[in-house]
Design a protein around this ligand. Structure first.
Ligand code: HEM
Length: 73
């Protein structure tokens, strides 16, 4: 996460440039395919209709990043 710049804009428990990861986890709580949505957002460089830096990482790394974000309470 650090190596890919995720922590440059995000923190676990407070909003920085991007939302706090615990808020993202809360937003996706109980949502089907939350992990798939986050991986897609990072791959496509798009969160809904908003631009997001594309994460240049392997599928496994993106999956791990999404699981990390969703595990934050
Ligand atoms: C490995 C790197 C990163 C990861 C894993 C990551 C993850 C995420 C996730 C999971 C979301 C929420 C997506 C959603 O609501 O569906 C998000 C949103 C956002 N991120 Fe990142 N991010 C990364 C890097 C960055 C960087 C480098 C920036 C700043 C340049 C950034 C700025 C933002 C912003 C502004 C949003 C909110 C988009 C909106 O308005 O909804 N992120 N990010």
């Amino acid at each position: 996460m650090k190596a890919k710049g995720g922590l440059g804009c995000h923190e676990v428990d407070k909003k920085k440039v991007g939302p706090a990861f615990k808020d993202v986890a809360a937003k996706y709580q109980g949502k089907k395919d939350a992990e798939g949505n986050i991986v897609k957002a990072l791959k496509d460089g798009k969160v809904g209709d908003k631009a997001h830096p594309k994460a240049t990482a392997s599928d496994a790394e993106l999956k791990a990043a999404a699981q990390y974000v969703l595990s934050q309470k």
